[in-house]
Design a protein around this ligand. Structure first.
Ligand code: PMP
Length: 369
């Protein structure tokens, strides 16, 4: 079996498994004052520090959630209390959990290379007839690997008095986030994209940002996210965050594998189109289209060969549709409907590329591409 779908979910890292399993054995409720409660609490607080270090934020400003979907909803819907005036501007290639967090978000377009149009943002913000404005731009796109110029977004937004939310799900563990140093106001991450458990994520806020809870109840997580915490998931997330600096060699390895894959695709399958090939991109993602062959067909044929890849964003529960990310970049249905995503990570090997290429060639030959 060959796993090349890290951007959908990375395999669990051994340290995350060990830490999570140990935490599962602790019986207490983290809010209880007795000893087993305090043990569970200690696990959560330790993980909170590890998350804060990874994002470059303050420990007390990290809020654990059920994943990045909830984290993005909290970041955006919680930015201003319900009913108060606010303005939300979102980049058009965001994950649906950002795009759909509020119904009245304004659309920030990307250029043909997939990078947000900073001049457009500047013009949007020139009209200062609003209060409480949030600009949401992701660090790295999940489908194409395109890296957004977050420092420029922060500079333009702050100059106009707006704040910045950055979905750093696909950047975490691959590059430094440094939120305080760079002035990013709200960062969201997810454990399972970095080799942690699924179903746990976090929001980290910077100075001067006070979110409003969207899940209310017992007041856990400083009232920001009620509900008994998930110590095992949180512990596993802390463990991957703590080991992230050791990702260095893995990051370089992933880039080497991705580059070799793309060179081979260009040389041997001239019909293939590598999306965002000349854009600023992370090293572990290859988005490749085989025009005329539906992405779903490719994914199924590769699966029959024992190879896991995805069509655009795999996380959207088996929906068959063309990629909104590629359409935003101005690509037609021939590309956006026929693009698959190959993504590498901490445990990727040379054999994965070899196996993928063999199977891809067999598929292309069978289809006549
Ligand atoms: N943002 C991005 C950029 C993602 O890739 C994903 C996962 N597909 C999410 C948010 C949602 O994360 P989760 O699966 O933790 O809800």
């Amino acid at each position: 079996k060959i796993y090349l779908d890290y951007n959908a979910s990375a395999p669990l890292k051994p340290e995350a498994r060990d830490t999570a399993v140990a935490a599962l054995g602790i019986g207490g409720n983290p809010s209880s004052v007795h000893q087993s409660g305090r043990e569970a609490r200690a696990i959560i607080e330790r993980a909170r520090e590890d998350v804060a270090i990874l994002v470059g934020g303050r420990t007390q400003d990290v809020i654990f959630t059920s994943g990045a979907t909830e984290a993005n909803n909290l970041a955006i819907r919680g930015f201003v209390p319900e009913g108060e005036p606010r303005r939300v501007i979102v980049n058009g290639t965001e994950h649906p959990s950002v795009l759909e967090a509020v119904g009245d978000a304004e659309h920030l377009p990307v250029k043909a290379d997939g990078v947000v149009d900073i001049g457009f943002l500047q013009r949007m913000l020139a009209d200062r007839d609003w209060r409480n404005c949030l600009v949401s731009v992701m660090a790295v796109n999940n489908e194409t690997g395109v890296v957004q110029p977050i420092d420029e977004v922060v500079a333009v937004a702050h100059a106009a008095g707006a704040k910045v939310h950055c979905d750093a799900v696909q950047a975490a563990g691959h590059m430094p986030i440094d939120m305080l140093e760079r002035g990013i106001d709200i960062v969201t991450i997810s454990a399972h994209k970095m080799g942690g458990p699924r179903g746990v994520g976090a929001v980290a806020t910077g100075p001067g940002v006070a979110l409003n809870a969207i899940i209310r109840g017992g007041g856990q997580e400083r009232g920001m996210r009620s509900g008994t915490e998930n110590p095992a998931g949180i512990a596993g997330m802390g463990a991957v965050c703590a080991s992230a600096p050791s990702y260095g060699p893995n990051v370089a390895k992933a880039r080497e594998l991705r580059d070799r894959l793309e060179v081979a695709l260009r040389e041997t399958i001239p019909a293939s189109v590598i999306v965002a090939a000349n854009s600023p991109r992370v090293g572990h993602v290859c988005c490749v289209a085989l025009p005329g062959v539906p992405a779903e067909t490719q994914v199924m044929m590769m699966d029959l060969e024992g190879i896991a890849v995805s069509a655009g964003a795999a996380c959207s529960s088996g929906k068959i549709k063309t990629s909104h990310v590629l359409r935003e970049m101005g690509l037609g249905d021939d590309i956006s409907g026929s693009a698959i995503r190959v993504s590498f990570g901490w445990n990727s090997r040379d054999e994965d590329v070899d196996g993928f290429l063999e199977a891809f060639h067999r598929m292309a030959a069978r289809i006549g591409s």
